[in-house]
Design a protein around this ligand. Structure first.
Ligand code: FAQ
Length: 337
């Protein structure tokens, strides 16, 4: 299974891409580039080029939104989990995803954008979140498959981010990856139990795998050749491994897991390529991916409406927390006077 031990080679990322032209002050830029070249960390108080700051706010806030919106497809199943044990596990997992969103909003706030601004951008449809959360979880098997494949893909993408050049993001990712690893294992274990059950349960698992497999491959983002942010992201040490390389790693790691589980991955072209030392796989439907990313997937509207309603319904909690904090502050001032 996936763990922190899936490390990233030192030469990955920034060092393989030369600095790109910039209009920032040359001396500051040189210090920044030297830090990136030395595989150092940029911290909130350090000078950084505006484009680096903007890219990080974009990526980290999108990531935070994905975690928060990602609570919804599984959250729908908390009241319908088949046993107390599964309910307790699912509540813990969904709660963890909420926590990941909060670490990530905090990391993004260190770059000078407030959480309110980021949340507003999500609610106005200006900020993206992962395509994968715009598909429905139709049966209980979907919950296991989301754990196995969606969290599995998320870990594959996020382990390199533990070594991202921006310190607060990298540190947040260490904890996130540990928790995602538990999520992936619980999903796989729940599928193993179903696969040892009745034929109807096995069919339900296979059906869920059929519906999620291709969406998970697309989750890694467009092919490298069509990924406008990749070259700069790699140069800055934000991205360490490319979209296509991560996708390939995910396929290679998942094929043997599917075999142990006893499910078929829905791709007739999937086969081991001795020469490449990797599995070949069939073409991904990028039109469908962009259709979803652009707001027209099966659940985009429902997900956003649910988030906006939850935010509005929670207004009184935010007001109460602020009032409590003000009261505490006043008490402290009185005592200090
Ligand atoms: N969905 O040039 P690139 C999780 C956009 S967390 C939607 O390759 P980049 C945990 C991309 O933003 C899952 N949009 O971009 C969990 C860009 O548009 P922009 C989220 C996508 O940034 C599990 C455009 O396409 N993980 O699952 C997607 O270099 C279970 C061009 O793309 C992260 O966010 C997509 N799938 O690479 C929670 C990890 N892919 O912004 C609950 C951090 C691409 O220019 C339950 N993020 N786009 O308008 C990353 O690693 C990167 O941002 C990538 C995209 C790899 C997602």
């Amino acid at each position: 299974m996936y763990t922190q031990s899936m490390s990233v080679p030192d030469e990955a990322g920034s060092r393989t891409v030369q600095p790109l032209p910039s209009t920032e002050p040359a001396d500051r830029m040189a210090r920044f580039d030297a830090c990136i070249d030395a595989d150092g960390r940029i911290e909130p108080q350090d000078w950084m080029p505006e484009a680096y700051r903007k890219t990080l706010v974009r990526q980290i806030s999108q990531h935070a939104h994905s975690e928060i919106v990602g609570m919804l497809p599984e959250g729908n199943w908390i009241s319908r989990a088949p046993s107390l044990k599964r309910k307790a596990i699912l509540i813990a997992k969904v709660q963890d995803e909420g926590g990941h969103g909060l670490y990530l909003y905090s990391a993004a706030e260190t770059l000078g954008t407030s959480r309110d601004q980021m949340v507003q951008a999500l609610h106005e449809g200006k900020a993206k979140y992962s395509s994968i959360f715009n598909y429905p979880t139709l049966t209980w098997a979907d919950v296991g498959v989301v754990g196995w494949l969606v969290d599995g893909a998320a870990i594959m993408n996020q382990i390199p981010l533990c070594r991202c050049s921006y310190g607060p993001y990298a540190r947040a990712m260490v904890r996130v990856c540990k928790e995602e690893s538990f999520h992936q294992r619980q999903g796989y274990e729940s599928l193993l139990v179903m696969m040892r059950g009745t034929q109807a349960q096995r069919d339900m698992v296979q059906d869920a795998v059929n519906r999620w497999w291709w969406k998970c491959l697309a989750m890694f983002g467009p092919p490298d050749a069509d990924s406008p942010n990749s070259v700069q992201g790699m140069r800055w040490g934000i991205k360490r491994v490319s979209n296509d390389e991560l996708r390939q790693q995910f396929v290679d790691a998942t094929v043997p897991q599917a075999k142990v589980l006893g499910v078929t991955l829905p791709d007739p072209l999937l086969k081991w390529n001795e020469e490449r030392g990797h599995h070949d796989y069939g073409p991904i439907d990028w039109d469908e991916f962009w259709h979803t990313v652009n707001g027209n997937g099966p659940c985009n509207k429902e997900r956003l409406a649910t988030r906006v309603k939850a935010h509005e319904d929670g207004a009184w909690v935010r007001q109460a927390a602020l009032a409590h904090a003000r009261k505490q502050e006043q008490r402290r001032m009185k005592e200090a006077a």
